[in-house]
Design a protein around this ligand. Structure first.
Ligand SMILES: [Ca+2]
Length: 302
């Protein structure tokens, strides 16, 4: 290929990558109807995040080689990954009040504060206000969630919110995240940067990559901490509200990231990670239990 042709091809890649995939229809979600008492979404007053209701019931968890039927209670989960702007408010609260009230009991005594790695990095850190926070370790994520009154999702909750009930590979279905030069995810595709993002993307990018319940960026962008210790999934084919092993050395991360390939961002993929590890590819989102008096029911009774 001549140098001129190469330049033309690269120019085309740059132009096509700006075309959104938003017009592509999502596969039928197959979501059960929300119980009447469950508000479809709620807003967290502390960090301003929107949480989506995930109705309780059964779903298919795990790889196609070892699928499990898992029953969960209804819960709420953040629609988006936690951003640098949100995390900055948490750091301000820690600076003002000290972080002790939100600290996990097993947090190492040697740990100093909650400022994430890469916080000053121009591509990844606080300068990118609407990008997902990265470089926060598991204890940072735990403390952030506690500050907001939320918690980290269990691995099962995370996977249910990502892939719906029908065992699909990706949040949007079974199609790969990259079709030609059209992308549904910020991941490491065939053409470097052709998804429009060399590192993280603003949260909410790739609306066509949403999950059946409406969560975005569950495949790619940043891998996400879950509450569970990492271990083999239980032998049983049917599980109810699983919370992972009682003890462990690593915590679970899910969803894959901007620097991982298509296979690694499938919903059932899972990685062990040192809870004190701070990577440029790992962030998180929060979840919460359904309040004892659900907002919709409370509003109706007023
Ligand atoms: Ca993600």
């Amino acid at each position: 290929m001549s140098r001129r042709s190469l330049v033309l091809v690269l120019a085309c890649v740059a132009v096509v990558s700006l075309v959104p995939l938003g017009c592509a229809p999502r596969e039928p979600a197959g979501e059960p109807a929300l119980p009447a008492e469950l508000a479809p979404e709620v807003k967290c007053p502390t960090d301003g995040s929107v949480l989506l209701a995930v109705p309780g019931g059964e779903f298919t968890m795990g790889s196609p080689e070892a699928p499990k039927r898992v029953v969960l209670k209804s819960f709420y989960i953040d629609r988006l990954e936690v951003t640098n702007a949100q995390y900055g408010k948490f750091l301000a609260a820690v600076a003002k009040q000290g972080g002790g009230a939100w600290q996990h009991p097993q947090q190492p005594k040697s740990k100093k504060g909650h400022v994430p790695a890469f916080w000053s990095n121009a591509n990844l850190g606080q300068a990118k206000a609407d990008h997902p926070v990265v470089g926060a370790d598991w204890f940072d994520a735990y403390a952030y969630a506690k500050w907001t009154g939320k918690r980290l999702p269990t691995e099962a909750e995370w996977e249910r919110a990502a892939r719906g009930t029908d065992g699909r590979d990706y949040p949007w279905g079974s199609d790969p995240p990259e079709q030609g030069l059209r992308y549904r995810s910020n991941f490491f595709g065939s053409y470097l940067g052709a998804d429009g993002h060399r590192f993280t993307a603003p949260v909410g990018t790739f609306p066509a990559g949403g999950s059946p319940v409406g969560c975005l960026n569950m495949a790619g962008n940043v891998s996400e901490w879950c509450a569970d210790w990492y271990g083999p999934l239980p032998q049983e084919r049917r599980l109810t509200d699983p919370t992972g092993p009682a003890v462990g050395k690593s915590r679970v991360t899910k969803g894959g990231a901007w620097n991982l390939g298509a296979d690694s961002i499938r919903c059932f993929s899972r990685w062990p990670m040192d809870p004190s590890g701070r990577l440029a590819s790992v962030g998180f989102r929060c979840a919460m239990d359904v309040p004892a008096a659900a907002p919709a029911a409370a509003a109706a009774s007023e």
